[in-house]
Design a protein around this ligand. Structure first.
Ligand code: 5AD
Ligand code: SF4
Length: 469
């Protein structure tokens, strides 16, 4: 059974009361108040930041990107790899200058790093200009925490990760009027041996079907055209009351009237079922794209990673997806230099990439995360060896992506224009149904519209196109 604890509506109402109190207090001061939210890491963090921004606006703050102007700064951090951690900590360190210039400034440290006791201790000892620290499960309590920080002396730490929390009834300030994130579940139960996420985001729990469908209907009524369902492992979504699983969730969202696309991420290969591929194939609004991280092409390494599938099992899933959707775009994640990975084992990864022929791939060098089982394993390859493997993988994937993208040239595809660009030669950016980026010719009024784009040329990373005539 899934450990799931819905925060009572009375608690959420209490937070709304705190929002009013903070807003009234800043109104009384008469001055204009600004807030800055800085986000690191994945889409879940982006979605969390949109909630923080909504709460801050409700509390009377105007949003800014200027750290010196901000009365409140929230740094929403990522812990997945050491460089993400260092970047966030480096930027938090630099805020000592903004605080000096504006001593009343409140600096809040949140996100995944705030769920790791060692990182919290570092903040407590060495980053004394940080006023408030709260772990990801406390996001819904931000109004109360901010109120208490503003009204009490001293620093506030609320960082004991509580398991299974689900908060409904809080809104989001969405950055984009066309694409929206829609979290459907939180946490992760997979404990891949290299990954810190299960420790900081707690156990898997799914939002109720009604809450998700209502949010989806609202987004569609507001004109959103591209909705990404978010979860660490969306395939293990299960509505507690109706026992609706992920494929049926896609079907139910597909039934909502309107012209929009359903995307999702991330999908764990061990739980990606034929029924999921069937649902994707039969639902016309489901984007024909799956992000299916394989992490390694070698069975011994996959076992050490605790991934729960084999190389052949993975390739069979890819074949099953392509069998039902010949044009499906498949993207993936891979880690090189996992502790003990030999040269031959790495070659298995190269060979898997050759066989799977991903449209795009995110390649990461293994980063040791203290507290995870892999951190205890002996690391046998040097940083330089890992870099060589990394470069070889990138070169191979770039060549495959280039070939795959070249196949679009001369074809006309449906694409959603999602923004203007900063490139005068191609003023628009669009995405194909499979999520490939198209640099487009055309004018700003096309933003937010589905268009037919004729692809004129391509490279490893993207397509270039014009409106079809
Ligand atoms: N080191 C390197 N990459 C990692 N990932 C997760 N944990 C680590 C780590 N410790 C990668 C995985 C995952 C992606 C989001 O980040 O490939 O799919
Ligand atoms: Fe980390 Fe594995 Fe969970 Fe993904 S599925 S968040 S890699 S533990």
């Amino acid at each position: 059974m899934i450990a799931r604890k819905q925060i009572p509506a009375t608690e959420i109402d209490k937070q709304k009361e705190y929002m009013r109190r903070v807003r009234n207090a800043s109104k009384e001061r008469g001055a204009h108040a600004y807030a800055y939210v800085d986000t690191y890491g994945c889409q879940q963090n982006e979605a969390d930041s949109e909630k923080l921004r909504w709460m801050l606006q409700e509390m009377g703050y105007e949003l800014t990107d200027d750290e010196f102007k901000a009365d409140v700064i929230a740094i929403n951090t990522c812990a997945i790899r050491e460089n993400a951690e260092n970047r966030a900590l480096g930027n938090v360190g630099a805020l000592i200058h903004t605080k000096k210039a504006k001593p009343s400034q409140i600096i809040a440290f949140c996100g995944c790093l705030a769920g790791i006791p060692e990182s919290v201790e570092k903040i407590r000892q060495s980053y004394r200009h940080v006023d408030l620290v709260f772990s990801p499960d406390k996001l819904w309590r931000f109004p109360e925490l901010l109120f208490r920080t503003l009204t009490a002396k001293g620093r506030l730490f609320d960082t004991d990760v509580e398991d299974g929390m689900i908060a409904e009834g809080l809104s989001s300030h969405r950055d984009n009027a066309i694409k929206a994130w829609l979290p459907i579940m939180y946490g992760c139960n997979n404990y891949c041996s290299y990954c810190i996420v299960p420790y900081v985001r707690g156990r898997e729990r799914s939002r109720s079907l009604d809450a998700i469908l209502e949010e989806a209907r609202t987004l569609i009524a507001q004109g959103y055209k591209d909705i990404t369902l978010l979860g660490q492992n969306v395939n293990s979504y299960i509505a507690e009351d109706t026992l609706t699983g992920f494929p049926d969730l896609i079907r139910k969202i597909n039934d909502i009237e309107g012209d929009f696309l359903i995307r999702f991420m991330t999908s764990h290969p061990k739980d990606a079922s034929v029924d999921l591929f069937r649902a994707m194939a039969e639902c016309e609004k489901a984007a024909k794209h799956i992000h299916l991280p394989f992490q390694s092409g070698n069975d011994r390494v996959l076992g050490l990673m605790n991934r729960g599938y084999t190389r052949e099992g993975y390739l069979n899933k890819v074949a099953a997806a392509r069998g039902l959707m010949p044009d499906i775009v498949i993207t993936s994640d891979v880690i090189v230099g996992f502790p003990g990975e030999t040269e031959e084992e790495f070659e298995d990864t190269l060979r898997l990439v050759e066989r799977a022929r991903f449209d795009a791939m995110f390649t990461f060098i293994y980063s040791k995360r203290p507290g995870t089982p892999a951190a205890e394993l002996e690391d046998t390859s040097t940083r330089e060896e890992k870099q060589v493997r990394f470069d070889r993988l990138i070169d191979l994937q770039n060549a495959i992506s280039e070939e795959k993208h070249a196949q679009y040239v001369g074809k006309t595809v449906r694409a959603l224009v999602d923004s203007e660009s900063h490139d005068d030669r191609y003023p628009l950016k669009a995405r194909t149904n499979g999520g490939r980026l198209v640099h487009m010719l055309g004018s700003a009024e096309l933003v937010g519209k589905f268009v037919n784009a004729t692809i004129t040329h391509s490279n490893s990373w993207s397509l270039f196109g014009e409106l079809s005539t």
